[in-house]
Structure formats: structure tokens, C-alpha cells
Design a protein. Structure first.
Length: 132
């Protein structure tokens, strides 16, 4: 059996970070701010949970757009894409073994510094469920 999940979110991320006082961009038009990383994010994701024998297989795709509006990041926008797959096998009612793989990209514009990246992640985990 399979279950599909669609998710749409809008969020405002408020953050504070260390800043070098007096730091400006090359033109001197923008000044560094403790709120550099604050942004508004719009995201969509789609995943499917599929049971195969006792294994739960969960592929997922997520796209995210972030708009920054503070300090040196004012005018920066990021577009991120994430695709992942996870397989979980129950060892007992309380323990499950999980394997996952993920590929992510980000492209940024609106700043003189490139924040673009590509990332591959893989791993394994042992989960514990406790019911009270």
C-alpha cells in the first residue's frame, strides 16, 4: 500500500548572527546586520510512503525559495531542490533500522558572493520507539 503526502509552507525565519561592525559590500551601499540570515521561505514537497514486504520506502522531493531582506543579504534569493529516499525496516516493535540517501542543490542570486552548492548525503540509523 502507498500513502502520498503533499505539503505547502510559508515561513518567516528570524535569526541573529555574529557580525563584523562596519562591514559593507563592495559599493558601500549595504552594511552588515545581525539579522543577515533572516528570510521568508516558500516551500512545496511531495512524498510517498510505500510498504514493500516489511520495509517502508519513502521517496521525497522538496523545492524551496528563500528571500532575504536584511544587511548584506538584502536582495538575496535562494532556490533549493532536495530529493531523497529512505528505507526503514522494523527489527522489533520498538526498534527500526533506516537507510537514507539525499541530493540537494541551492542556487543563489542577489549578492556578489556565491552561496550555490550541491550536496550528497547518505547514512544509516537505528530508531527507538517508546509508547507511554
Amino acid at each position: 500500500s502507498a500513502t502520498a503526502i503533499f505539503d505547502a509552507t510559508i515561513g518567516r525565519h528570524l535569526s541573529e548572527s555574529f557580525v563584523i561592525i562596519g562591514l559593507t559590500d563592495a559599493d558601500g551601499a549595504k552594511t552588515a546586520s545581525e539579522k543577515e540570515l533572516s528570510n521568508t521561505e516558500y516551500a512545496l514537497s511531495y512524498s510517498v510512503n510505500y510498504s514493500w514486504n516489511e520495509i517502508l520506502i519513502s521517496p521525497k522531493y522538496r523545492i524551496s525559495y528563500k528571500d532575504y531582506d536584511k544587511g548584506l543579504n538584502d536582495g538575496r534569493s535562494d532556490l533549493s531542490n532536495d530529493i531523497s529516499i529512505k528505507a526503514a525496516y522494523p527489527i522489533t516493535d520498538s526498534f527500526k533500522l533506516s537507510l537514507f540517501y539525499s541530493y540537494s542543490t541551492r542556487s543563489s542570486d542577489g549578492t556578489s558572493i556565491s552561496y550555490d552548492y550541491k550536496s550528497f548525503d547518505t547514512g544509516a540509523g537505528l530508531g527507538i520507539n517508546a509508547r507511554f
